[in-house]
Design a protein around this ligand. Structure first.
Ligand SMILES: [Fe+2]
Length: 234
């Protein structure tokens, strides 16, 4: 099994998961803006799933376009409002990828449809969990819930220290670390109470400010329709 991160020099991360024996592949959180760069990576592979870990608010997903182009299912959690999803999954479900399985873990909080995709030793955590100081994704966007996110942290008990945390956003220079390292170094794991979590989120939200692309990206992702003019691309 191979995992490659496809986006160079930007904060948004897209992962390609490949079963070496069968060349079957799955793409996790592709970004519309970089679709042209994915073609060469997909050559010689049989792309059988385009997956989104959640309904993104900060970029337009490339999942629906790749699902159409490659004739493969567009996979999201069953609670997703996104149209053109062709395969809904629930907590505990598995989908085969060649000789391996993708397993899904529902972790509502950042959004109600957030899920972790587990593939071997890799956890694709979306914006539910980042590496180190990044903590977790914000909970103040549509369908975000602080209490749900805090509760969902219990799901991390399902995974061993050796698992790699491959999140949806990191500064370009940050590499995926293990869950064991995060248990020591990610501040969320050392918060003692929900009140402390709320305080961490409030400080984080103030630091991050407004989400610049949300009013274009969110409807595009829900309706699976890309506007004619994308301001940040023109
Ligand atoms: Fe997000």
């Amino acid at each position: 099994m191979q995992v490659r991160q496809l986006n160079e020099g930007v904060w948004a991360r897209t992962y390609l998961v490949i079963c070496d024996e069968t060349s079957k592949a799955a793409i996790v959180d592709p970004v519309w803006d970089y679709l042209d760069t994915y073609g060469p990576h997909l050559e010689g592979l049989d792309l059988i799933y385009a997956l989104s870990t959640h309904t993104h608010a900060d970029h337009i997903s490339g999942s629906f376009a790749l699902s159409e182009k490659y004739g493969c299912p567009y996979v999201m959690h069953a609670s997703s409002a996104c149209l053109q999803v062709t395969k809904y999954v629930n907590d505990g479900d598995e989908l085969p990828l060649g000789h391996m399985n993708l397993r899904f873990h529902h972790v509502p909080g950042h959004t109600s449809d957030s899920m972790i995709i587990e593939a071997g030793d890799y956890l694709f955590t979306g914006d539910f969990l980042f590496n180190g100081d990044g903590g977790v994704g914000r909970d103040d966007l549509p369908s975000g819930r602080l209490a749900d996110h805090w509760d969902s942290m219990k799901v991390m008990d399902r995974f061993s220290d050796e698992a790699f945390v491959c999140s949806g956003h990191e500064p370009p220079e940050v590499e995926a670390s293990t869950l064991g390292w995060n248990r020591e170094n990610n501040p969320i794991f050392s918060l003692a109470s929900f009140d402390d979590y709320v305080q961490w989120q409030n400080e984080s939200t103030q630091r991050l400010g407004a989400v610049s692309k949300i009013k274009i990206a969110l409807p595009a992702n829900i309706f699976a329709e890309v506007p004619e003019n994308i301001p940040w691309l023109s």
